[in-house]
Design a protein around this ligand. Structure first.
Ligand code: DSN
Length: 415
């Protein structure tokens, strides 16, 4: 970054510090990852400069030949990777992808039915403070109190009772496989559209280690930066019959000029995700999550649902210490260079700024090349820190050990 370092040392300094932070900490936030150097190059490219309102071959500006090629490449790669009939690669993020789907298929005031945010859903699935909850009548299914898993009979009962126009399947903090086929059957029975939001698990779907929702859903949305390991952005996929409505909901309904630098970076990431190495990566993400979950459970920490099928897990801190909350726990972990987030757990009595849980995920660690033996060690560090969260000396000592692991497993885009 020779230009930036000369023209804006202040901004350059911040970027250097962030680079250093990523290099010297282990990322356990389940929704984060490290994009490849190729994805970063495409993101920080000349496409930043281009206005390309419209769609390939139908633009409102001249000079869009290359933008057309870039967008078509991303569209074709998304369709091929997920087996979708139609893809729109213009949404700036997962929430705007979801909002565009609502705009395409619903009228304000229609009923939507998603997973309760406090049980692992997402704010764009109907939270009262979000567009989805302000303009639509949102009802929520919750997890089973006994198993903390999705109870498809309860989902069906609520759908029959509330007759939603759209059912949303997908989560941001659910550690188990989602039965998209069962959601599809319920949606068909009650005459609802089905939107599957695979933001968290898109890379696992692409890598063949989570069942695909595409055959069962009218709409599939995703972010592109989590397990999919691309740039920070969104994609909508749908059946052909919805293509026109989805496209006009995204532009001009919701957005203006598409971010062409993000779109070409999405194309790069989608190509990466279609390679055999990516399937190996996705499998290792899941194997690593199981190994970390086992290491924590061996030490007596209770995991929500008793384990994980995917890339994440939720630790119920009360299982070992009634007084420990997620805010304090994640702060102690961060002091030892282990970055995770506090998270409410199902039926959590504590508020979201405090929580009784911490969420851990393995996508970023796996990108660095860590495997099961490292997960066992990280599990032991987490246990020691959470058991002695006021012991600054111990936390500093573990932080030194973490730094050694960071050096042994460098972030690949920063070599
Ligand atoms: N904020 C994301 C997460 O951390 O799960 C979801 O969008």
């Amino acid at each position: 970054m020779t230009n930036l370092s000369h023209t804006d040392p202040e901004a350059f300094g911040i970027l250097q510090a962030e680079r250093n932070r990523q290099h010297t900490t282990l990322e356990l936030i389940a929704s984060e990852n490290h994009a490849s150097a190729a994805v970063l190059e495409a993101t920080g490219s000349v496409m930043t400069d281009k206005y390309a309102e419209g769609y390939p071959q139908r633009r409102y500006y001249q000079g869009c030949h290359e933008s057309d090629q870039a967008e078509q490449l991303a569209i074709d790669r998304a369709k091929a990777l997920f087996g979708a009939e139609h893809a729109n690669v213009q949404p700036h993020c997962g929430t705007s992808a979801n909002i565009a789907v609502y705009m395409a298929a619903l009228d304000p005031g229609d009923t939507i039915m998603g997973m309760d945010l406090s049980h692992g859903g997402h704010l764009s699935h109907g939270l009262k403070l979000n567009y989805s909850g302000i303009y639509y009548n949102a009802v929520f299914y919750t997890l089973s109190k006994d198993t903390e898993m999705l109870d498809m009979d309860a989902v069906r009962d609520l759908a029959l009772k509330s007759r939603p126009k759209m059912i949303i399947a997908g989560a941001s903090a659910y550690p188990r496989t989602i039965d998209f086929e069962a959601f599809g059957k319920i949606a068909a029975e009650v005459g609802a559209y089905l939107l599957c939001d695979i933001a968290h698990i898109a890379g696992l779907v692409a890598g063949g280690v989570h069942p695909s929702p595409v055959p069962h859903a009218d709409f599939v949305t995703t972010t592109t930066h989590k397990t999919l390991r691309g740039p920070r952005s969104g994609i909508i996929m749908c059946k052909n019959k919805w293509a026109k409505k989805v496209d006009s909901a995204v532009f001009p309904g919701l957005q203006g000029g598409p971010f062409m630098h993000q779109i070409i970076a999405k194309a790069v990431a989608l190509a990466e995700a279609s390679r055999p190495e990516f399937a190996d990566y996705a499998g290792q993400v899941v194997a690593n999550a199981k190994a970390l979950a086992d290491a924590l459970m061996e030490k007596g920490w209770r995991l929500v649902t008793g384990g994980t099928d995917n890339h994440m897990m939720l630790v119920d801190l009360r299982s070992r210490d009634e007084n420990l909350n997620g805010h304090v726990a994640s702060g102690a972990l961060a002091a030892a260079r282990l970055v995770a987030n506090k998270n409410v757990i199902p039926f959590d009595p504590r508020p979201p700024m405090q929580t009784s849980g911490v969420r851990f995920g393995t996508p970023a660690l796996t990108t660095r090349g860590a495997k099961e033996p490292e997960m066992k060690i990280i599990g032991q560090w987490i246990d020691q820190i959470l058991t002695n969260y006021e012991d600054k000396t111990l936390i500093a000592r573990i932080g030194d050990e973490v730094l050694k692991m960071c050096e042994a497993f460098p972030v690949p885009n920063q070599k």
